[in-house]
Design a protein. Structure first.
Length: 245
C-alpha cells in the first residue's frame, strides 16, 4: 500500500492553509493603517475647526496653542497647511500684546491723601539688578508740593553731595540727569528738571541709571523698563487752598 500520496496531500493542504492565513494577515495590516489614518484626519479636522473658531473670537493665546498642536501632531495634513498660513501673524500679534501687557503691569498708579493734601503717583521698580532691595522711580503730583520725580530706595540711601549728576542711558543714548539728596534724610534722589525727565521717559523704552549707594559706596546700574507708562493713568490733582495762598 502506497502511503506517500496521503502524506503529500496533507502537506499540500497545510501549505495552502498557511498561505491563506498569511494572505489574510497581510490584508489586515493595510486596513488597520487606513483606519488609523482616517482617525488622525478626523482629529485634525476637529482641531482645525476649533482653531478657526478661536480666530473668529480673537482668542490669540488659545489659537496659538491649538495651531502649534495641529502642526506638531499632523505636520503633513491639509489642516496643518491651512494653519501655517495664519499662525505666524497670530503668534506675532499675541507675543507683542503679551509684552505690552507685561510692561504696562510694571507701573503702579495711585491717588491718596498725603500731608494735608492729595498725592498722585506713577511708580515703577527697577527690573535689574534682579536681586537686592528695589529702588522705585516715582513720578509725583501733590496739591501743595507740585510735581516731582525721584528715586526712592532703602536706608542709608545714595551718595550725592550737594548736586550730583546721574549718568542715564536712554535706549542706548547717554544723558546727564541732575539730582540732589533731600535735606530731610530720606533715602532718595530728587531729579532737578522733572519736566525734561518726564518728557524723556515718555519716549523711552528702557532707562538705565548709574547711582552710588551709601552702603560701601557701591556703584549700581538701575534698569527701568518704562515703555508701558501711560500718562493718562497718572491722575492730575488740583491745588489745595493753602497752596494757592
Amino acid at each position: 500500500m502506497n502511503v506517500a500520496f496521503p502524506c503529500r496531500a496533507v502537506m499540500a493542504f497545510g501549505l495552502a492553509a498557511l498561505l491563506a492565513a498569511c494572505s489574510q494577515g497581510g490584508a489586515a495590516a493595510p486596513d488597520a493603517a487606513r483606519q488609523q489614518a482616517q482617525a488622525a484626519n478626523a482629529d485634525a479636522v476637529r482641531n482645525l475647526d476649533a482653531y478657526r473658531q478661536l480666530l473668529r473670537i480673537h482668542n490669540d493665546e488659545m489659537a496659538v496653542t491649538m495651531g502649534k498642536e495641529i502642526v506638531r501632531r499632523f505636520p503633513d495634513s491639509d489642516a496643518a497647511k491651512e494653519v501655517q498660513q495664519t499662525l505666524p501673524a497670530i503668534e506675532k500679534r499675541y507675543t507683542e500684546a503679551s509684552e505690552r501687557s507685561r510692561l504696562e503691569r510694571l507701573w503702579l498708579y495711585q491717588v491718596a491723601p498725603m500731608a494735608g493734601g492729595t498725592q498722585s503717583t506713577a511708580t515703577i521698580e527697577n527690573s535689574q539688578p534682579a536681586s537686592g532691595d528695589r529702588v522705585r522711580l516715582v513720578l509725583r503730583r501733590h496739591t501743595s508740593w507740585g510735581q516731582s520725580v525721584f528715586l526712592y530706595g532703602s536706608k542709608p540711601g545714595f551718595v550725592c553731595r550737594g548736586n550730583c549728576s546721574i549718568a542715564t542711558h536712554v535706549d542706548g543714548r547717554t544723558v546727564a540727569v541732575k539730582a540732589f539728596a533731600p535735606s530731610t534724610g530720606e533715602p532718595a534722589l530728587m531729579i532737578r528738571d522733572d519736566k525734561a525727565f518726564i518728557a524723556m521717559l515718555g519716549k523711552a523704552k528702557k532707562l538705565s541709571m548709574d547711582v552710588t549707594l551709601v552702603d560701601g559706596e557701591k556703584k549700581e546700574t538701575l534698569v527701568y523698563e518704562v515703555a508701558g507708562f501711560d500718562p493718562a493713568k497718572w491722575t492730575a490733582v488740583g491745588k489745595s487752598r493753602s497752596a494757592g495762598k
